[in-house]
Ligand binder design. Sequence first.
Ligand SMILES: *Cc1c(COP(=O)(O)O)cnc(C)c1O
Length: 453
Amino acid sequence: MNTKRFILPENEIPREWYNIQADMVNKPLPPIHPATRQPLKAEDLYPIFCKACADQELNRSDRFIPIPDEVLEKYSYYRCTPLVRAYGLEKALDTPAHIYFKNESVNPLGSHKLNSAIAQAYYAKQEGVTNLTTETGAGQWGAAMSYACKIFGIEAAVYMVKISYEQKPYRRSIMQTFGAQVTPSPSMSTKAGRKILTENPMHQGSLGTAISEAVELAMNTPGCKYVLGSVLNHVCLHQTVIGLEAEKQMEMAGEYPDTVIACFGGGSNFCGLAMPFMRHKILEGRKTRFIAAEPASCPKLTKGVFGYDFGDEAGYTPLLAMFTLGHTFRPANIHAGGLRYHGSGSIVAQLLRDGLMEAVDIKQNDSFKAGVLFAQTEGIIPAPESCHAIAATINEALRCKEAGESKTILFNLSGHGLVDMSAYNSYLAGDLVDAAVPDADIARYLKESGITE
Ligand SMILES: *Cc1c(COP(=O)(O)O)cnc(C)c1O
């Protein structure tokens, strides 16, 4: 029986990240200044972001960017991550498709977010930054950042959306274990927070309030910079270690994926797995399909429009080219917290416009149903976010079965769900609703955000 499950090259961590911007025929549109509408230069981003990250954000010329030795050393604590053939899932589906997944849940923090957190903390240290601040919704990014800051000797201040702070006490404890200062947002510690609380003392917080507070702290504190865990080009760049490893591992398995799938919040784990394979589509005309799986309750790729929009609810950030539902969009409070973001990054936005990738939307109950089948057949409880990729994979595998096609599917297991069991509880109890957004609501948000007339 040929059932080699794990493909794990030893000590083969890529030495460089892959920058798809260099190979894109139509480049992603640059961020622009909201008032002047002029394209931003890297220097314009220096007051808030680390210089190295700002430079990477706008780098369209270097196809490969070296991974610094100290980052490689920290990666070596948990990389390479396994590429796994999902024999159990294949059997349960009775599909001729070959299903592989890249397991990004096997690091100390349990999600892919650590790949960029380590890089960003390293650059901050190099540039003499003493404090980093960020926001976190469900808590995975805050947890990864807290650990990365600790190992590089940087103080971390995390603004956590108040409702998550109260509902997800374990992620808060994880951040505090790594020594981060965690503040529920909105808080009285910033001007933005005080204003929100004065107007509405019961405000439950949102990513928008948390970003506003973190950015304000970074702007007003010497030696402090702001970091973000998704959406931006440099974050997607750092995540390409996933796809570069997977490329080698697929080769070791003697296969090449016909379809590459990942869940989609702001795009970092999708880009991380997909871009190294996308380069063969762009440069060599490979026919690979790329599918981003987003929640039906936050469908920016399938129902949003392309345009310039703010990255945050308060409108503090530069304008970014994206598929968006409008920065004022309020998604339903679904359990896949990491996917509740109104826009896509500009690389993905361009690739989607150019027809190089596709998107599907997945209902909440379908995502958990897929996650439970995966758990029961592969023994790993997936993060609620990752369940969307699994649901899309299952749909593809069943389509292959119907068509009698033996395709090779590769998906990203972006994280495990062991700190999200309350979400599974709700699903198992039958308490979850499938909130799709009415088209009229999307039209209203887009208008309110100034995207459409
Ligand atoms: C944050 C998160 C996501 C969504 O973020 P992307 O930038 O779209 O990848 C997906 N899966 C997990 C496990 C996450 O923590």
